[in-house]
Design a protein around this ligand. Structure first.
Ligand SMILES: *[C@@H]1O[C@H](CO)[C@@H](O)[C@H](O)[C@H]1NC(C)=O
Ligand SMILES: *[C@@H]1O[C@H](CO)[C@@H](O)[C@H](O)[C@H]1NC(C)=O
Ligand SMILES: *[C@@H]1O[C@H](CO)[C@@H](O)[C@H](O)[C@H]1NC(C)=O
Ligand SMILES: *[C@@H]1O[C@H](CO)[C@@H](O)[C@H](O)[C@H]1NC(C)=O
Length: 435
């Protein structure tokens, strides 16, 4: 209510302001900074002789104006809402004529337009304001390519999830720039942007071609790439995990994972088939993509496992031999010490006991001498909590802040770097489980 009155009051004042006596300027281009960092929104003003600074006010312009920071000369600055304790003025020396705002621990929710307002007095009030765009950079996930094959038509979709702004995606084919058929920036989870770019090719004419999707983003230190090659799969090896010691068997009841290794990024995405000695794999085995998981392996699960990777261009197989031995159930005998060891052990134990007795006796004697039987010194009574001097409504606002900050908490997911690296570790979930 109070704020509304203040607002109405100054709105009326603005109408009668003498504009020529005060000029203000902010950055002309949007300010960009990565989340978690500190950022400065530059705003300077100049007052004609005889004018004095009345106030500096910062608002977030989001349909309406929400207060961020208010400053009146001679007082300390007030900060509001989610900006409390995060916003400050760069310079409160009035003669510097700087109204710039510093915002620490930049959040994605800070992204938007801000207004810097400066009020001055010389009998008549004057007031000027300028708007500044702030882009809170959020590095998107590395790009991923999914593909779909339909009657000879191969469609490849590249997506870089949850960035701000969206990543800039471009395609190359064998190193040369090619153009997408469809591109979109999709507003996704909580307002982050998924960049998506799709190309379709006639699969037969694209055989052996390598397609790369290149993602650029101001929060990336280097472009991130995803690449696929059109062709038939080649199986290089079948990995066994846990990997057996050469010449030794795996143990009964082990969980074993076999992985059928093909070239990376081969499209169309192959399907995989598994056999054991040319027949069915054990009923307890689960096949998923290029993996076969054998849970609680049995001796009879031993044999030659073959995988066949197949797509519309062809197929290839590879195998691995697995030997599973009965689990060694012999209880390991505790080591019995040698006679010499026992004697030495006994002597050491006896000495240790004597030392302990001596220490206890000495401690008892000391305390008796000093007559201090009482325990640890009692600390003076703790003062009761200091009663807050904050007005009630301010405390409520703080509670609200806390609640809002809680809501903002997100699981932390590390963005993987492919050697080239990101500038940022973004806080967001990984929406991509399809790669
Ligand atoms: C971030 O702020 C800029 C500048 O005001 C604006 O153009 C853009 O739409 C905003 N983005 C989001 C996701 O709100
Ligand atoms: C391939 O499929 C895509 C998506 O279904 C379609 O837009 C495109 O026209 C098709 N291209 C050819 C050559 O058939
Ligand atoms: C996107 O990247 C391409 C290739 O590097 C570049 O030519 C283009 O200017 C970029 N677009 C934007 C909006 O950054
Ligand atoms: C998506 O956003 C990026 C970066 O802001 C821009 O380069 C690209 O042109 C946008 N794409 C579309 C289809 O709007």
């Amino acid at each position: 209510m109070q704020r509304l009155l203040v607002f109405v009051f100054f709105s009326l004042m603005a109408a009668t302001a003498v504009r020529a006596q005060l000029s203000i300027s902010g950055g002309s281009t949007a300010v960009q900074e990565s989340i978690g960092r500190a950022v400065t929104l530059t705003c300077t003003y100049s007052l004609s002789a005889g004018y004095t600074l009345r106030e500096i006010k910062w608002y977030r312009v989001n349909g309406e104006r929400d207060p961020v920071l208010f400053y009146y000369p001679g007082q300390s600055a007030y900060t509001y809402g989610l900006y409390r304790n995060r916003a400050s003025l760069v310079n409160t020396d009035d003669s510097a004529q700087v109204a710039s705002l510093r915002l620490s621990n930049l959040q994605f929710s800070d992204n938007g337009t801000y207004e810097c307002l400066v009020g001055a007095l010389n009998g008549q009030p004057a007031e000027e304001s300028v708007q500044i765009d702030l882009v809170a950079l959020v590095a998107p996930n590395d790009p991923v390519i999914t593909d779909e094959y339909n009657n000879g038509n191969l469609t490849m979709t590249c997506t870089a999830y949850t960035g701000n702004p969206a990543a800039n995606l471009t395609w190359t084919r064998d190193g040369s720039r090619v153009y997408h058929d469809v591109a979109e920036n999709i507003t996704s989870w909580r307002g982050y942007l998924d960049a998506q770019s799709i190309i379709s090719v006639t699969a037969s004419t694209a055989q052996s071609s390598t397609f790369q999707c290149v993602a650029q983003h101001p929060a990336f230190t280097a472009a991130q790439r995803a690449s696929v090659t059109v062709g038939s799969p080649t199986v290089s090896t079948v990995n066994i995990n846990p990997s057996p010691v050469p010449g030794e068997a795996l143990q009964e009841l082990d969980d074993i994972i076999l992985t059928c290794m093909t070239q990376e990024g081969i499209v169309p995405q192959p399907t995989y088939q598994w056999t054991l000695d040319g027949g069915n794999v054990p009923a307890s085995a689960q096949a998923y993509r290029n993996e076969l998981k054998i849970f609680s392996a049995q001796v009879e699960d031993s044999g030659i496992y073959s995988c066949t990777a197949r797509n519309d261009f062809g197929s290839d197989s590879g195998d691995a031999t697995i030997l599973i031995a009965e689990r060694d159930t012999n209880i390991v005998e505790p080591q019995t010490g040698s006679p010499v060891g026992s004697v030495v052990g006994g002597v050491v134990a006896a000495l240790a006991f004597l030392v302990l007795v001596a220490i206890v006796a000495f401690a008892w004697w000391r305390s008796k001498e000093r007559g201090d039987y009482h325990t640890a010194e009692q600390s003076p009574e703790e003062p009761t909590a200091v009663v807050s001097t904050e007005p009630e409504d301010e405390k409520d606002e703080e509670k609200l802040n806390l609640m809002e900050e809680k809501k903002e908490e997100e699981p932390e997911v590390k963005v993987e770097t492919q050697g080239e690296g990101h500038a940022e570790v973004a806080k967001k979930p990984d929406p991509d489980q399809t790669a």
